[in-house]
Design a protein around this ligand. Structure first.
Ligand SMILES: Cc1ncc(Cc2csc(CCOP(=O)(O)OP(=O)(O)O)c2C)c(N)n1
Ligand SMILES: [Mg+2]
Length: 546
């Protein structure tokens, strides 16, 4: 009979996990030994648990399946609370596995190292940022508990928490019987789809807005097909940027309200029949709306339900709704075949001259690079690098667009490299690099070779745009290019556009190691999108006029 460890590892793989990111500790060493000795899933150890969480989250997003982060009890797991909270907010199916004290250790009357208030404190903290939890302290219930929690992770596309006491790892245990995916009531799906289609037919200016759940539930192609069938323009939310990148769909661009392209905002905000699929109603997706979108008239299928006006269809998975819409939607009359709306035109043609580099030059240089050698998957951190990415051609992108944590970029790029075997492009500010950029030191030993662009404005520039007077937004001049070699990569410093082009060419010519391109930016030089975003937020945060 297999051990509990083998049963858990096999179940993770059977539910779609492809690798594990982790850092061991004495409460987790016995389980790590099984990870390595069984080889059921490859193990990638990183240097700091926030990086483990971000890398596993990014792997989940690009796999459209489970990401796995394995850590020790206490100091390890608590170190990972922020990345797991971000995965919860952004609906990423991340499995957190934590080692734990053995059953016999709890009752000895001693306070255990790594414990906080009580031995159960960690479980309580993770209950707040996961959708399901299991403590594997009984092999009679462990298979059912593992099946329940992994099914919840996939159905809800949210993190889950599994704790495995260190004296349980070798216990004989029955294999896990996976549970079937959650399905909605077919009658309810039919009724909801019919009502949505009726409303779209009555609308003069119907439009489709899609969000991250379309990727999380792997229905991009179905949604592209639906957009073509409905013959209506489709935009993505800020968080949904990159969706339909390779699909044939009437995609008009990213909706960002007054911070985005006016023609896209008009299509969404003027619509009298807005259908939102898989959209998170967050401030970063809608906080900059020029006009409040009248949600009473909008239709929303997300978070396992459909809401229209004042009524809801509960327990209706998004995939079921889209399938039913496709089943009922008639193709448009040929004459009405939608003139494919102009896709967003991204800037190209960098002047490789001695002029100082600005954020828009970085977008231009990357677009030129992708045009010449094909798109790369992008991991972006929070900061103006993410707003700059809005002017980079549509490609697979993982970024904390809603939860907005710093530190995501470099570890997420490592997660993409490990999960896909492809070379990612990482966009990161100097402030965020100071948090988790060191994880690049793990690249050479693992054969990862990301191209990293550090937006070095020696500043927490996003904060300065909101509060120029704060001197604490001035950062010291770290010489990131010089650090690269010590970490096993190659560093370039680019102040002029000519140097940026040369650095990108050199990076693309060498796939043996990571290349870090430190772009020296003037303080105050920000992307077009960030400047619109700040102007909008400042405008909307003005105290109401008396
Ligand atoms: C973990 C965490 N702690 C603080 C903050 C708050 C913040 C949001 S943006 C920002 C400055 C980012 O500086 P960086 O140099 O990376 O990028 P740029 O603005 O383009 O210069 C901070 C400190 C967040 N979001 N996450
Ligand atoms: Mg900065």
């Amino acid at each position: 009979m297999p051990t509990l460890s083998e049963v858990l590892l096999t179940a993770l793989k059977d539910h779609g996990a492809r690798e594990i990111f982790g850092i061991p500790g004495d409460f987790a060493l016995p389980f790590f030994r099984y990870i390595e000795s069984t080889g059921i899933l490859p193990l990638h150890c990183l240097s700091h648990e926030p990086g483990v969480g971000f890398a596993a989250d990014a792997a989940a997003r690009i796999h459209k399946g489970l990401g796995v982060a394995c850590v020790t009890y206490g100091a390890g797991a608590f170190n990972m609370v922020n990345p797991v909270a971000g995965a919860y907010s952004e609906k990423s199916p991340l499995v957190v596995i934590s080692g734990a004290p053995g059953k016999g250790e709890k009752g000895r009357g001693l306070l255990l190292h790594h414990q906080a208030k009580t031995i159960e404190s960690q479980q309580r903290v993770f209950e707040e940022i996961t959708c399901a939890q299991a403590i594997l302290d009984d092999v009679r219930t462990a298979p059912r508990e593992i099946a329940r929690v992994l099914r919840a992770c996939l159905d809800e596309s949210r993190p889950v928490y599994i704790e495995i006491p260190r004296d349980m790892v070798a216990e004989p245990c029955e294999p896990v019987q996976p549970l079937p995916p959650r399905r909605g009531d077919p009658g309810a799906a039919r009724a909801a789809a019919a009502e949505i289609l009726d409303r779209l037919k009555e609308a003069k200016k119907p439009a489709l807005l899609i969000g991250v759940e379309v990727r999380r539930y792997d229905i991009e192609e179905e949604v592209a097909q639906l957009a073509r069938r409905l013959n209506i323009p489709v935009a993505t939310t800020f968080m949904g940027r990159g969706l339909l990148a390779e699909a044939d769909a009437p995609l008009v661009g990213v909706y960002m309200g007054m911070a985005g392209k006016p023609d896209v905002s008009e299509i969404i905000e003027e619509s009298d029949g807005l259908l939102m699929l898989g959209v998170i109603l967050s401030d970063t997706n809608f906080g900059v709306s020029g006009r409040r979108i009248d949600l009473r008239h909008a239709m929303l299928a997300a978070d396992g339900e459909v809401s229209l006006g004042y009524h809801k269809y509960p327990a209706l998975p998004l995939a079921d709704v889209v399938a039913e819409l496709l089943a009922q939607a008639e193709p448009p009359p040929a004459a009405e075949a939608l003139r494919r709306p102009q896709r967003q035109v991204c800037p190209t043609g960098l002047d490789a001259d001695d002029a100082a580099v600005g954020p828009m030059d970085i977008a231009r240089a990357v677009n030129d690079l992708f045009a010449a050698s094909g798109p790369m998957p992008i991991a972006s951190d929070m900061g103006d690098c993410l707003f700059t990415a809005m002017d980079i051609v549509n490609t697979a992108l993982v970024a904390p667009g809603y939860y907005a944590t710093m530190g995501f970029g470099v570890p997420a790029g490592i997660g993409l490299a490990a999960a896909t075997g492809r070379r990612p492009l990482i966009l990161v500010g100097d402030g965020a690099f100071q948090m988790t950029g060191w994880e690049l030191g793990n690249c050479l030993a693992n054969g990862w070779a990301p191209v990293v662009i550090v937006f070095n404005n020696a500043s927490w520039e996003m904060l300065r745009t909101f509060q120029p007077e704060g001197s604490y937004n001035n950062l010291a001049e770290w010489r990131f290019a010089d650090i690269a070699q010590a970490l096993g990569g190659c560093g370039h410093r680019a102040a002029a556009r000519r140097e940026l082009k040369a650095a990108l060419d050199a990076a693309m010519a060498d796939e043996a190691r990571f290349h870090l391109i430190e772009v020296m930016l003037e303080r105050g030089a920000i992307s077009d999108t960030l400047s619109r975003f700040v102007a909008t937020i400042k405008g909307s945060n003005q105290p109401p006029r008396e």
